[in-house]
Design a protein around this ligand. Structure first.
Ligand SMILES: Nc1ncnc2c1ncn2[C@@H]1O[C@H](COP(=O)(O)OP(=O)(O)OP(=O)(O)O)[C@@H](O)[C@H]1O
Ligand SMILES: [Mg+2]
Length: 258
């Protein structure tokens, strides 16, 4: 049984001109303990897909299945890191991190203790009692990431979690995430614009088309784990990167709005 299964997801938003079709017939799955990435053009509907998985948006048609149960439109079942950090400005950093655990039923004391234990690991030791506005965008992103990481739900959906980080911090965070994931093998669905990041981290990658998005291709990533940064130099890695780049370039050429 798949951890997550999406069947025939279509989504249409109303807009000034009438409506805009964003997702067209998305079928995808994430198995227990699998790391799956989604890569696709900007505006293709990736965040919308995450809103649908999280129950924040009801799809026009199609179904969301979690552990074999139909959960379309139900909230609170996944751990979710949105594209924008979404921190509460009046809560301290540690309270913001603890929130995901508290909402899921964890006691406040233990949630705060866990937040304090983990903040230094993402380079935020010393900021526990500060308010979000004193942090840079990349630091806020790490707070939001930690909130999702410490939330207890089995499936984690991360929407461009490392998008605002500098290149070296990003590499550190990738290695760190892989390390944690290799230890406890939660199921992860990960959106990124970085082809290298998708290949380095994932077991499988879905490449999306322009909107209305459908799945152009599903690629298996063949590298053994644990993985080291050095695999990025391997011929097979470069070939896979070029394959994905080719698919995305084709989409850009096809995009009439550019
Ligand atoms: N609430 C909404 N109402 C109307 N249109 C929306 C709404 N949310 C998103 N859209 C439209 O749906 C399309 C897909 O948006 P979405 O944010 O899902 O794209 P994305 O793939 O996550 O892009 P990016 O890579 O830039 O984050 C866009 O054209 C956007 O304008
Ligand atoms: Mg998005």
């Amino acid at each position: 049984m798949s951890k997550l299964k999406l069947t025939g997801i279509h989504h249409v938003f109303p807009n000034k001109k009438g409506h805009v079709s964003v997702l067209a017939d998305i079928h995808l799955h994430v198995e227990q303990g699998e790391f799956v990435s989604i890569i696709g053009p900007s505006g293709s509907g990736k965040s919308t897909l995450f809103h649908i998985i999280g129950g924040l948006v009801q799809p026009t048609s199609g179904e969301v299945w979690l552990d074999g149960e139909k959960v379309t439109g139900k909230k609170g079942l996944i751990s979710y890191m949105p594209q924008q950090p979404a921190l509460f400005p009046w809560l301290s950093i540690e309270e913001n991190v603890a929130l995901g655990q508290e909402v899921a039923g964890e006691s406040r004391t233990s949630a705060i203790a866990k937040a304090r234990e983990w903040l230094p690991k993402v380079g935020l030791g010393g900021y526990e009692r500060e308010l979000p506005h004193v942090l840079s965008g990349g630091m806020q992103q790490r707070v939001s990431f930690l909130r999702a990481l410490l939330s207890p739900q089995e499936l984690m959906c991360l929407d461009e979690p490392f998008g605002s980080l500098d290149a070296l911090t990003r590499l550190d965070m990738q290695a760190w995430l892989l390390n944690i994931w290799e230890q406890n093998k939660r199921s992860i669905l990960f959106v990124t614009h970085s082809i290298e990041e998708a290949i380095f981290l994932s077991d499988r990658i879905y490449v999306l088309s322009n909107k209305p998005a459908s799945i152009l291709e599903e690629l298996k990533v063949p590298f053994a784990r644990p993985r080291q940064e050095a695999i990025m130099q391997e011929t097979a890695f470069i070939a896979l990167r070029q394959r994905i780049q080719g698919l995305l370039r084709q989409e850009k050429t096809n995009d009439v709005s550019h």
